[in-house]
Design a protein. Structure first.
Length: 160
């Protein structure tokens, strides 16, 4: 069952590429005591994700953070090296934390996974965006398959 508004983010560990290498970050470290916008994409370097989803958050990061958001996290079922390279390619800098869920364990714990095997991609994250306050989901917008209407940066910014 998918996570819902009012639920606590499940415990887990994500991998983040930094200038010093790959770091493990627990969900408590990422979400504890902070207001975080978490958005997920089916895959790094995929067309819609690279053309609109991540760039929207990079471009709107300052405005989102001005609304009291401490961090913006991009989640994908990719390895940390791919997420780091994608972040560099998209010039995400310190605007968006590029979080890797290589085994899809966290995505599955959220209940927001889907089987993209027919696209040659295996288990992936559904496209979604959430506002998480001190580990509790305050807003959750999950896209219908093949849509990009409710998880974009502009929609989340307007909801903050």
């Amino acid at each position: 069952m998918a996570i819902q508004v009012g639920d606590k983010i499940p415990n887990g560990t994500l991998k983040i590429a930094t200038g010093d290498g790959i770091e493990d970050k627990t969900t408590d470290e990422i979400f504890g005591g902070k207001k975080v916008v978490l958005f997920a994409v089916p895959g790094a370097f995929t067309p819609l994700c690279s053309a609109q989803h991540l760039p929207g958050y990079v471009q709107n990061a300052e405005a989102i953070k001005a609304k009291g958001v401490d961090a913006i996290v991009c989640l994908a079922v990719n390895d940390a090296f791919v997420m780091g390279a994608w972040g560099k390619d998209q010039d995400s800098g310190d605007k968006v934390i590029m979080a890797a869920d290589g085994s899809a364990a966290f995505t599955q714990a959220l209940g927001l996974d889907f089987d993209a095997s027919k696209f040659g991609m295996g288990v992936r994250a559904q496209r979604f965006a959430a506002v998480v306050n001190d580990g509790v989901v305050e807003l959750l917008n999950v896209e219908e398959p093949m849509k990009f209407d409710v998880s974009n940066a502009e929609t989340i910014l307007a909801a903050l």
